[in-house]
Design a protein around this ligand. Structure first.
Ligand SMILES: NC(=O)c1ccc[n+]([C@@H]2O[C@H](COP(=O)([O-])OP(=O)(O)OC[C@H]3O[C@@H](n4cnc5c(N)ncnc54)[C@H](OP(=O)(O)O)[C@@H]3O)[C@@H](O)[C@H]2O)c1
Length: 258
């Protein structure tokens, strides 16, 4: 099936690694124009060059920098933005007694600014598109909190709630808003945790133990590409009647039925 993404323009935050990078590559493969950002110029450079790709060093918490990133991205591709993937971010492995005021402030700032800054910067362009779609990359934690990730779980729940409000608020402008809720996906986040754990296990054995410990029905971590395909499906004009919903991409780790 032709997803209808070719020649359209998509902004993906945090495209230098993991899910964001897989999404950038999948969109380029579909013939779309893509703009992406990250904080580290070297990591962005490693994506490689492509005539339909532009990159910028930009921290999603900085509203002015995000506005300039989105403006210059739209300018590079004929003054349009058809979709936005709010992906940049990370989680915080902390229990209540380990958290500080700064942990709570930083967590909420990153999660909320990571959605609101790009959205506000892209809003006028999205409203002008005939097939505008926003995808917020979230986590199953939003629906199924874990005490070992207490700040991230709470912030994720807030973002899922916000996504629903945004889908209602922006529907009259023709902008759809949906979420993908990730379980455990094999990306930089997990390679960093494997290194920090210093368990003596190979990365493969450590992952297998992790999958068993967390009760992942499919018995393995997900691959970034598997998330990217779900994101592309929601970005596609073919998903024109889907808004205000979330898709779990989690290998069955989610226990809820909603
Ligand atoms: N992997 C999982 O198991 C999992 C599970 C649930 C949810 N998620 C969420 O899915 C998203 C993608 O995660 P991932 O696993 O693909 O992570 P990743 O491999 O660590 O990639 C994160 C990307 O975001 C960028 N980034 C981080 N903070 C940023 C900021 N403040 N401003 C701009 N860019 C920023 C990073 O580049 P720089 O560091 O250079 O800025 C990188 O490109 C994140 O929001 C994450 O929390 C992941």
């Amino acid at each position: 099936m032709d997803l209808g993404l070719a020649d359209r323009t998509y902004v993906v935050t945090g495209g230098s690694s993991g899910v964001g990078l897989a999404t950038v590559r999948a969109l380029l493969d579909e013939g779309a124009n893509v703009a992406t950002c990250g904080r580290d110029a070297e990591r962005l450079k490693r994506i490689g060059e492509h005539e339909r790709l532009c990159t910028a060093v930009c921290d999603v918490r900085d509203a002015d920098a995000v506005r300039e990133f989105v403006r210059s991205s739209a300018e590079a591709f004929g003054g349009r933005v058809d979709g936005l993937v709010n992906n940049a971010g990370q989680s915080r492995m902390k229990r209540l007694d380990d958290t500080t005021e700064d942990d709570w402030r930083d967590e909420l700032e990153l999660k909320f600014a990571g959605v609101l800054n790009p959205l506000q910067a892209a809003r006028a362009y999205l409203s002008a598109s005939d097939a505008a779609s926003v995808v917020n990359v979230n986590a199953v934690l939003a629906k199924q909190p874990e005490t070992r990730l207490i700040t991230t779980s709470a912030a994720r729940a807030g973002i899922l709630n916000l996504s629903k409000s945004l889908s209602q608020e922006l529907a009259s402008d023709g902008v759809r808003v949906n979420s993908v809720c990730l379980g455990l996906v094999d990306t930089g986040q997990w390679t960093r945790r494997h290194a920090a754990a210093d368990s003596g296990l190979s990365y493969e054995d450590w992952q297998a133990e992790l999958a068993a410990d967390r009760g992942i029905a499919l018995g393995r971590l997900g691959r970034a590409e598997e998330v990217a395909y779900a994101i592309l499906a929601l970005l596609s004009p073919r998903a024109s009647y889907i808004t205000g919903t979330s898709i779990d991409v989690c290998g069955g780790v989610g226990r809820g039925i909603l």
